[in-house]
Design a protein around this ligand. Structure first.
Ligand code: ADP
Ligand code: ZN
Length: 220
């Protein structure tokens, strides 16, 4: 089973991808996370993508596509994956389709988590990530109050370099111009499932799982 999670920055892709992958026993592959790890390690890949990430621009397609296709060959992907953050433009979507087709595989479903722009900005400006488990949290306090730690693992919280007002605007712009056409791409293939992303995390996960089980698709 190959599932794609689509949505704007701040829509909750990472959280939902993690829940769905766990529930369905699939690997969770997050392109942004793979890039951030490379930057953290300071390796060649990290050096190539660092500036794009901090400016809110897409990393070059060749680098991104190669990284993801390589990751898909790992053993934990043999039963399928939940892809989070990839594909982010039509070129990436086509490259993924071609690569899967060569192995007689195909994307099964594309889940589009829809959230209003106002809510996205609110979430991104109050978002804190865990250094240990990478989970995202909302903090009313900015920065999080003294002693505020990750609710899941107790890890230290930090703010992503790209979660500042200017970069958030840039990322939303890129999302509207480059990624929205990808939603249309999967809709035309009859693979899109649209979900309201403004419910609670648990409600959204429940809706996705039941829809996947009932095979409800939007075809037009
Ligand atoms: P968000 O969805 O909140 O923007 P991500 O962690 O998915 O966060 O992505 C962070 C950054 O990593 C992006 O702004 C971009 O620079 C880079 N990136 C992630 N996925 C891709 C991709 N598929 N193609 C190009 N760049 C990407
Ligand atoms: Zn944590």
């Amino acid at each position: 089973m190959y599932i794609i999670i689509l949505g704007a920055p701040g829509a909750g892709k990472g959280t939902q991808a993690e829940n769905i992958a766990k529930e369905m026993k699939l690997a969770h592959i997050a392109s942004g996370e793979l890039f951030r790890q490379a930057v953290e390690r300071g390796d060649e890949l990290g050096a190539r993508v660092k500036d794009y990430i901090s400016k809110g621009m897409l990393a070059p397609d060749e680098v991104t596509i190669q990284m993801i296709l390589q990751r898909l060959t790992a053993g934990d992907c043999k039963d399928g994956v939940v892809l989070d953050g990839f594909p982010r433009n039509i070129k990436q979507a086509k490259a993924l389709d071609d690569a899967l087709e060569e192995q007689d595989k195909a994307i099964d479903k594309a889940l589009y988590i829809e959230v209003s722009e106002e809510e996205l900005i609110r979430r991104l400006t109050s978002r804190w990530a865990c250094r240990q488990c990478q989970a995202s949290h909302q903090s009313g306090n900015n920065p999080p109050g003294e002693g505020e730690k990750c609710k899941l693992c107790g890890g230290e919280l930090y703010q992503r370099v790209d979660d500042n007002e200017e970069t958030i605007k840039k990322r939303l712009g890129v999302y509207f111009t480059d990624t929205m056409p990808v939603i249309e791409y999967y809709r035309k293939q009859g693979k899109l499932l649209k979900i309201n992303g403004e419910d609670s995390v648990e409600v959204i996960t429940g809706k996705i799982l039941s829809a996947l089980r009932k095979r409800e698709f939007i075809t037009k």
